[in-house]
Design a protein around this ligand. Sequence first.
Ligand code: SF4
Length: 240
Amino acid sequence: AVTMAENNPEQQVVFLGIGFETTAPATAVAVELAKARGLGNFTVYSAHKLMPPALRAILGLPDLNIDGLILPGHVSAVTGRKYFDFISDYAVPAVISGFEACDILYAILKLVKKIHARDFSVENAYPRAVREMGNTKAMAEISKVFRPSDAFWRGLGNIPLSGLGLDTQYSSFDAKVRFGLPRVVEEPELPGCSCAEVLSGRKTPRQCRLFGKTCTPSSPVGPCMVSSEGSCRAHYVFGR
Ligand code: SF4
């Protein structure tokens, strides 16, 4: 996107920054690159999000029904294992997993053992990619370019400081500032979608009345069916 802006000075190039701690460092580097090259036609619309505030929001729900968490290996490769230590405050065991079938089976085995042992520490079952402190350079890029900001999550609502907005020193590269874009307001819940219940373990995907009927991967109703990592999508593809 930076090169595109450089090659097309008459055009405004807006890069949509999405994803968690995994993708935010690359967006941060793009902003710094654009600043170093003095580009006046490159901006970022940041929709990046942070995992800890969302996990805290879910784990703090009074009717939570989650026995354990499989933590994402790609996010953890950037953040490191220690980043998730706060989860043990909620007495829910957690294991960082890779994405191969054997990684997931290994993580589930570890998780079951931890549940039985009532061991609430956060364990790294993906050491070939995840270190204790993660990728400190990538995390430093996030800290340098972004500041936590309130963000809206479908199914969970607004979660304070769970998003990443550009720091004021980079505001000339912030599409929201340059184009005066309004803040995303809360969307109404999708009628019939049970994503909030699925995310908190109060329902399985199959218990949603739309699952596999009006809600499928090719025609998703809620966010849990959109992403290939979503609970409903995974259940639809592998669990039927
Ligand atoms: S099946 Fe679709 S509508 Fe139902 S909870 Fe999942 S994403 Fe929402």
